[in-house]
Design a protein around this ligand. Structure first.
Ligand code: HEM
Length: 419
């Protein structure tokens, strides 16, 4: 490629190894850590060869901000992903082990999408959550990288990528059955939820009705919102509980603030500005939990020269948020859980521009406002009603589990009601 001049001045990176070796070399259990480490050697912009694809890695706040804010037009597309472009049909088997916390979070997005709530034990809800969680876990496996590099070959082989397809088929089957039912009941003058609004748009008879408001887009939209709305917030809340049992003195300080500001009232968003310590703790939970360490991949929508490097159209771009949240320049004790990262010397809440768990720019998280409300309200409500403790003899492990998001490893917890 160098010879053809296509990748002239392309960001330098580790020398490509034989294809398989290269994929396996990037420790896939923690690719964000490996990539962050490589950035110390190669600088904030470098390329890695992933199978047949070259990918540009961006590290550090200044570089990522420059790419996602100042070059938003170029870096706001998403790459073509062979795994998700494959067609899918209905199928699947039950399994699961789920908490009422995830169910409560899921019910919020379900209320927006479908205008209903499930009982926490409802088998449909448990099954849908199981499908999403299993896929998020499997998406972190090296099999998926292999699939995206060699789709035709991997199609012939068994492996976890097949489970991902089966799960997707079952999940999409539920969505299609739901909107088929909603379509029969649709009253355009009484739109009850997001699906009704989408179906009403479909019926307007404009060109865009068929172009954008297709059944296929509805299936993907509901699936994405369900997945993004459920897994991220409940994973962050699990981090919050793990961190509170690990640091009981911090939990106590949050409870003192809750008692002082909210008392026994229902927590409201208005309370947040009077609760700098709790606000700082919630921010630090997100920074430390670092649940989307490699964001979601972007792709260059056209040829571009970014910071002196020529990046050809179609190159996948991975902004490593982990590199920002672990940067000593912005967070004095990056390896520690340290709410003071977000407090000034007087104990007031202190904004930190490098706190970007929802990413930046045009394709930043569409659910940020909702997620921030959910996190504050659930967290304060839980600590208002319970003190959380480590079960006797249990050891706590703060290293994340394998998966496409950083989630805590399974742990047990005691919830002692506060009276
Ligand atoms: C703690 C909770 C959450 C975190 C940390 C989080 C983080 C992220 C991140 C890092 C991205 C990728 C941004 C990029 O590519 O630059 C993203 C995208 C997205 N998130 Fe979230 N998210 C959370 C909750 C939610 C919720 C509750 C919803 C929906 C209700 C949601 C909906 C979305 C959607 C639709 C996108 C894709 C946006 C696009 O492609 O333009 N997220 N999120």
């Amino acid at each position: 490629n160098q010879k053809q001049g296509k990748y002239k001045n392309f960001p330098p990176g580790p020398k490509p190894l034989p294809i398989l070796g290269n994929i396996l070399k990037l420790d896939m259990s923690k690719p964000h850590k490996t990539l962050y480490k490589l950035s110390k050697e190669y600088g904030p912009i470098f390329s890695v060869q992933m199978g047949m694809t070259k990918m540009v890695i961006l590290c550090g706040y200044e570089t990522i901000k420059d790419a996602l804010m100042n070059h938003a037009e170029v870096f706001s597309d998403r790459p073509h992903n062979p795994l998700f472009s494959k067609s899918i049909k209905d199928h699947g088997k039950p399994f699961g082990n789920f908490t009422s916390l995830s169910a409560a979070v899921t019910n919020i997005i379900v209320a927006i999408l479908l205008n209903k709530r499930f009982e926490y034990e409802d088998p449909t809800l448990l099954r849908l959550m199981a499908l999403v969680s299993e896929n998020i876990r499997l998406l972190g496996s090296p099999w998926v990288r292999l699939y995206n590099s060699f789709p035709s070959l991997m199609d012939q082989l068994p492996g976890p990528h097949r489970t991902i397809f089966e799960n997707l088929r079952e999940f999409q089957g539920f969505i299609r059955a739901t909107f088929t039912k909603f379509r029969k009941e649709l009253d355009v003058n009484d739109q009850r939820n997001l699906v009704d609004t989408f179906l009403a748009k479909q019926q307007e008879g404009k060109t865009e009705s068929t172009q954008y408001f297709s059944d296929e887009n509805l299936t993907v939209l509901v699936g994405d919102l369900f997945g993004a709305g459920m897994e991220t917030t409940s994973t962050t809340l699990r981090w919050s509980l793990l961190l509170m049992i690990k640091y009981p003195e911090i939990q106590k300080k949050v409870q003192n603030e809750i008692d002082k500001v909210i008392g026994s009232a229902q927590p409201q968003m208005e309370h947040r500005k009077q609760m700098p310590y709790t606000d700082a703790v919630v921010h630090e939970i997100q920074r430390f939990g670092d649940i989307a360490p490699t964001t979601v991949p972007h792709v260059a929508s056209e040829d571009v020269t970014f910071r002196g490097y020529f990046i050809p159209k179609g190159t996948p771009i991975l902004p490593i948020l982990h590199s920002i949240h672990m940067d000593k320049e912005y967070f004095t004790r990056p390896e520690e859980f340290y709410p003071e990262h977000f407090l000034d010397s007087e104990g007031n809440f202190k904004k930190n521009e490098a706190f970007i768990p929802f990413s930046l720019g045009k394709r930043s998280c569409a659910g940020e406002t909702m997620a921030r409300m959910e996190l504050f309200l659930f967290f304060t409500y839980l600590l208002q009603h319970f003190t959380f403790k480590v079960p006797p003899g249990a050891k706590l492990d703060l290293t994340p589990a394998l998966g496409s998001t950083n989630s805590p490893k399974p742990f047990e917890i005691c919830a002692i009601p506060r009276s």
